[in-house]
Design a protein around this ligand. Structure first.
Ligand SMILES: *Cc1c(COP(=O)(O)O)cnc(C)c1O
Length: 502
């Protein structure tokens, strides 16, 4: 199936791929597919044996293979086309990353440090590389997602203030109104009250509003830079200074470090810590909720509170975990918040990030940052003829359009997204950030060639035309997908996860 083809007027003439039936629906009794013979279970104690036959679908092997191949062909993936989901950074994952990660597939997280020196060396080296990239001093690789890294950082903030005797007093976290939803959620999960500050007319944090919100009861401020509008915080140093003057800490949400790679470092402008979603910035596109990893990089004053164990390198070049004398026995946590995810977190994702960084080198990282910003600005320039932009500024690695103009014809951001499916593209992130009306957040990433960007822009401009001339067609989109519009709320509230025989 060709997925990147632009269908000018996606209509009934385009062949619609068929929906694949369930294995249960394809099955016929007696077809085969049983490989467990009854005498294979002869040694199983009677009490563990099933009393009723297991109701498995019976199919031939080719049927099974074709079923999963059909499903894979229906799937949209970075390997089949561009995936412009703003804030999610779905870049291409070089196959060498998977190859290298598979070398570690046999290692068990509980294996002795003596038997896994190579694993520890890689992890230690990755910590050093991430510290250098972010301008921080120390790194924990444990958090297995951005949200978990936020949670980790806020626990670290709590421990830091408690150590200074201000634990009970500092109970508030401030977040900008453009923040990713995980920011206030993580703060709430750590027991903090959340205060929101507004953005100003240029899309920056409103510095006066921030100063008014700061006080001796504030534990920290969470800042995303570039922010979720795809804009660089122009007064980031003043923001950090104001927060520090109030005795609070600055948390950097660096989920998307793409735009800054090799260009600017959060550690140099005043952040106390920053997390990186390596599953965004360093490839490993993360469909369907995983897998991910969100290393947390901190300045030296927060190190004592980082999760344990830490990886230690001895002067003879050997490595071990600092809390485990004999692998099993914790030797004291000190001020650490404890363990967030055992030992090395989501190691396979970390290996992919390591490989990506190593393959690129310093020069390649800089080129990555530049190309991510260039690709986004190129698309922005093409699209702003026909779509409103949220803020009249050049963008970083992503930008936010507003579907205000199309809304006047009764076409919503959701309709535009569905129209893209008919034209062979995955839709962008829509209705986020919340402060932009009919938001469409587009992030092409550095891995897309110019021809693909042009094709995507072509599809978006074609949709803008259709929104004026035939808005009804867009409200009916997608017209050439196996499923049309789903009741997404119902699907989330009442998911049907089990097949039941009719
Ligand atoms: C993706 C993202 C997060 C959350 O990361 P997860 O790995 O999905 O938990 C947080 N902040 C920003 C800005 C993000 O883009």
């Amino acid at each position: 199936m060709i997925r990147t083809q632009v269908v000018p007027d996606a209509g009934a003439s385009t062949p619609v791929p068929a929906l694949e039936p369930l294995l249960f629906e394809l099955a016929r009794p007696g077809r085969g597919g049983r490989h467990v013979r009854s005498n294979d279970t002869a040694d199983l104690p009677e009490k563990f044996r099933r009393k009723t036959p297991l109701s498995l679908p019976e199919l031939t092997e080719p049927q099974v293979v074709r079923h999963f191949t059909h499903l894979a062909q229906l799937n949209y993936a970075v390997d089949t086309g561009m995936y412009p989901l703003g804030s999610c950074t779905m870049k291409y994952n070089p196959k060498v990353n998977d190859r290298v990660a598979s070398l570690f597939a046999d290692v068990h997280p509980r294996q002795s440090y003596r038997a896994t020196q190579g694993v520890l060396a890689l992890a230690y080296e990755l910590e050093q590389m991430l510290a250098k990239i972010t301008g921080m001093d120390y790194v924990t690789l444990q958090p297995q997602a951005g949200a978990q890294s936020e949670f980790t950082a806020l626990l670290v903030f709590k421990a830091y203030h408690a150590k200074r005797g201000e634990g009970a007093q500092r109970r508030r976290i401030i977040v900008p109104d453009s923040a990713h939803g995980t920011n206030p959620a993580s703060a709430a999960m750590c027991g903090y009250e959340v205060t929101t500050v507004r953005s100003d007319a240029r899309g920056n944090v409103d510095l006066d509003a921030l100063k008014a919100a700061l006080g001796p009861d504030v534990a920290g401020f969470m800042l995303t830079n570039p922010n979720t509008l795809g804009l660089f915080e122009e007064r980031v140093r003043e923001v950090c200074d104001a927060v520090h003057a109030a005795g609070a800490l600055v948390y950097g949400d660096g989920a998307n470090m793409n735009a800054l790679l090799g260009i600017a470092r959060p550690g140099d402008v005043g952040f106390d810590c920053v997390h990186i979603n390596v599953h965004k910035t360093f490839s490993t596109p993360h469909g369907a909720g995983g897998p991910g990893a969100g290393p947390l990089c901190v300045k030296a004053h927060l190190r004592p509170f980082l999760p344990k164990p830490w990886i230690v390198r001895e002067s003879d070049g050997t490595y071990h975990y600092d809390t485990a004398r004999e692998d099993r026995e914790p030797a004291g946590l000190g001020d650490s918040i404890g363990t967030i995810k055992q030992r090395l977190g989501n190691f396979g994702v970390l290996v992919r990030a390591y490989t990506y960084i190593k393959t690129l080198g310093d020069e390649g990282l800089l080129e990555t940052g530049n190309d991510a910003v260039l690709a986004a600005n190129y698309l922005l320039a093409l699209l702003k003829q026909r779509y409103d932009v949220a803020y009249e500024r050049s963008c970083m690695h992503e930008f936010v359009l507003s579907g205000k103009r199309q809304k006047q014809n009764g076409v919503r951001a959701l309709d535009i997204a569905k129209g893209l499916i008919d034209r062979g593209f995955h839709p962008p992130t829509i209705y986020f950030p919340l402060i932009v009306d009919e938001a469409m957040m587009i992030e092409p990433t550095e891995t897309e060639p110019k021809e693909t960007l042009d094709a995507f822009a072509g599809a978006m401009l074609d949709i803008a035309d259709q929104a004026e001339k035939q808005p009804q067609l867009l409200r009916e989109a997608p017209r050439n997908a196996p499923l049309r519009r789903l009741d997404e709320t119902l699907a989330a509230r009442k998911p049907v996860l089990r097949y039941r025989k009719p």
